[in-house]
Structures are given as structure tokens and as C-alpha cells.
Design a protein. Structure first.
Length: 114
């Protein structure tokens, strides 16, 4: 597949698996990548590390519907459309289920599944 002119959104794309996906897509020729993440500093580091890429950085939480609307609006305003979504964001709790709060469990479900 030719990724050269594709506009790609990666949730959770500033570190870990998401950052590895960014590197692979750049190797495959893409130059338009939107990153949707909670922390701005790691997203800004991508711009420095991969200066030839046109990054669209969107700070937000995928479990928050308002942040999702903001992301859609920003992508539409900047690019008009999106070609590929890589829904990579995820969270995990290391606690036993019996020690996890209802809020933590709901947050994990909202980020990882919903």
C-alpha cells in the first residue's frame, strides 16, 4: 500500500507501540500524521525527531467525547478528511480486579474498547 499522500490519525501515537507505528509509516512514505494523545510534551518531541513530517498534534483523552469532537473538528479544519485511523490508545491497571475502583474499570473500558 502506498502511504505517501495518506492522512493518518494515530491515537496514543507519541510513545511505545504508537511511536513505533509512526516510524514504520514514515519509512513507508507517509508525511501527514495526526497524533491524538493526553500529553503534549512527547507529541512535540515527535516533531523534533521527525522534522520532515507534517504532524497535526491533538491533545486530548479518547475516553472524553468532547475531546473526540475537538479532534474531529481540528482534522476537518486542517485536512478536510482522514484516510486512515489507527486506534492505538490504551491503558492498563496492574491492580487486582478486586482492588480496582469502579471508576478505574470504567476508564479502562472507555479508552480500550468504547
Amino acid at each position: 500500500m502506498d502511504f505517501k499522500d495518506k492522512k493518518i490519525l494515530i491515537t496514543g501515537g507519541s510513545s511505545g507501540i504508537g511511536k513505533a507505528i509512526v516510524k514504520l509509516l514514515i519509512q513507508k512514505g507517509t508525511n501527514n500524521i495526526a497524533i491524538f494523545g493526553r500529553k503534549t510534551a512527547p507529541m512535540k518531541e515527535l516533531k523534533t525527531e521527525f522534522s520532515s513530517v507534517n504532524f497535526l498534534l491533538i491533545q486530548g483523552d479518547v475516553s472524553n467525547p468532547e475531546d473526540l469532537e475537538k479532534a474531529i473538528s481540528q482534522i476537518t479544519r486542517q485536512w478536510g478528511e482522514l484516510d486512515i485511523l489507527i486506534n492505538n490508545a490504551g491503558v492498563v491497571s496492574a491492580d487486582l480486579l478486586s482492588q480496582s475502583s469502579d471508576e478505574d474499570i470504567i476508564k479502562q473500558i472507555n479508552v480500550n474498547l468504547t
